[in-house]
Design a binder for this molecule. Structure first.
Ligand code: TYM
Length: 329
């Protein structure tokens, strides 16, 4: 019997996956897969809560899976699958919809952020309901730990609340999951605006470094990254842009922020930025080599195998839930 605790996490196949997604989430998964029974999902059903081009969505779904694999997720240790290939997610979501409350979804900051631009009148119901689908993803598998970046904390809280509410109403059914948010990399900020997180859906490409950016692009983007007033390399809350760049430098090197400060004493932003770009490229190069060596066919096979592996877990939990709420199964 497998007594290891289970982790579950996912990424949406929309936009360009960036170093924030890597540092905030995927890098941690790679470490955790040795300790936990790990399930990693490409959440295409979440992606369609905003308009997607169907062909592009298929392409991005495979791309995300390749990114998981190139980053070091090992399909022998972890299950990787596509959310829409396990229909239990949608079914459990419907049942959880009946215990989730409107005000708890209304207060979700990500929904508020995403509808700020277009207004909530144009938002799809699915965008509003998105955190309930995420709760279904997590609860279906008896997940104990959810490794995510800080921006997903509120969503994991909702999953916890729904698990407790369901258990109270229908008897012990769901494990109450915990978010796992690592201090370093938990919130990588935009290169063009250190007040806002680095985002796949940012309007400007100068907001992020994509995991698939080439050398020249990385250099150009780092050169253009905003910095604070002054010329010294200081790690401080008063210099949020520089602090963000030092955090990125630190995450991709073995140096702590203090060591980086020391290394650049007496040097200016120019030297710092040139070497920061090199540190990032030093990570991206071997990563992209692995990415490029993966064929669509082998990745689709890994995803299909992953779905076959996790489906029985999802079905068993869904049957238990259906039985508890009074469905005839
Ligand atoms: P998504 O696709 O927006 O982001 C994927 C992961 O990357 C993290 N992340 C960041 N971390 C640090 N700095 C940033 N700037 C940054 N931007 C993104 C996110 O926190 C996330 O961990 N709803 C989720 C996907 C999801 C999911 C789940 C996650 C669906 N079901 C179940 C965990 C469990 C999302 O949209 O992530």
């Amino acid at each position: 019997m497998n007594l290891r605790k289970r982790i579950f996490s996912g990424v949406q196949p929309s936009g360009n996956l960036h170093i924030g997604n890597y540092l905030g989430a995927i890098a941690n998964w790679v470490k955790l897969q040795d300790e936990f029974e790990s399930i990693f999902c490409v959440v295409d059903m979440h992606a369609i809560t905003v308009p997607q081009d169907p062909e592009m969505l298929r392409k991005k779904t495979i791309e995300i899976a390749k990114i998981y694999l190139a980053a070091g997720i090992d399909p022998k240790k972890s299950s990787i699958f596509i959310q829409s290939q396990v229909s239990e997610h949608a079914e459990l979501m419907w049942i959880l919809n009946t215990i989730a409350k409107m005000p708890e979804l209304e207060k979700m900051t990500q929904f508020k952020d995403k509808t700020q631009k277009g207004g909530s009148e144009s938002a799809a119901v699915g965008l509003f309901d998105y955190p309930v689908l995420m709760a279904a993803d997590i609860l279906l598998y008896g997940t104990e730990v959810v490794p995510v970046g800080e921006d997903q904390k509120q969503h994991v809280e909702l999953a916890r609340d729904l698990a407790k509410r369901f258990n109270q109403k229908f008897g012990e059914t769901f494990i109450v999951p915990k978010a796992f948010i690592k201090e370093e990399g938990m919130r990588v900020m935009g290169l063009d605006n250190p007040e806002k997180k680095m985002s796949k859906s940012a309007a400007s490409e100068y907001n992020y470094i994509s995991l698939l950016d080439d050398e020249e692009t990385v250099k150009r983007k780092i050169k253009k990254a905003v910095t604070d007033s002054g010329s010294e390399i200081i790690y401080s809350d008063e210099k949020p842009a520089l602090k963000n760049l030092i955090n990125i430098y630190s995450s991709f090197s073995n140096l702590s922020p203090k060591e980086i400060e020391k290394k650049y004493t007496g040097k200016g932003y120019g030297d710092f930025k040139t070497e920061l770009a090199e540190v990032i490229i030093g990570f991206l190069k071997p990563f992209q080599e692995k990415f490029n060596a993966l064929s669509d066919e082998e990745v689709l096979k890994i995803l299909a195998d992953g779905a076959t592996k996790v489906r029985p877990i999802a079905k068993a939990k869904l049957d238990e839930v259906k039985n508890k709420v009074g469905f005839i199964i």
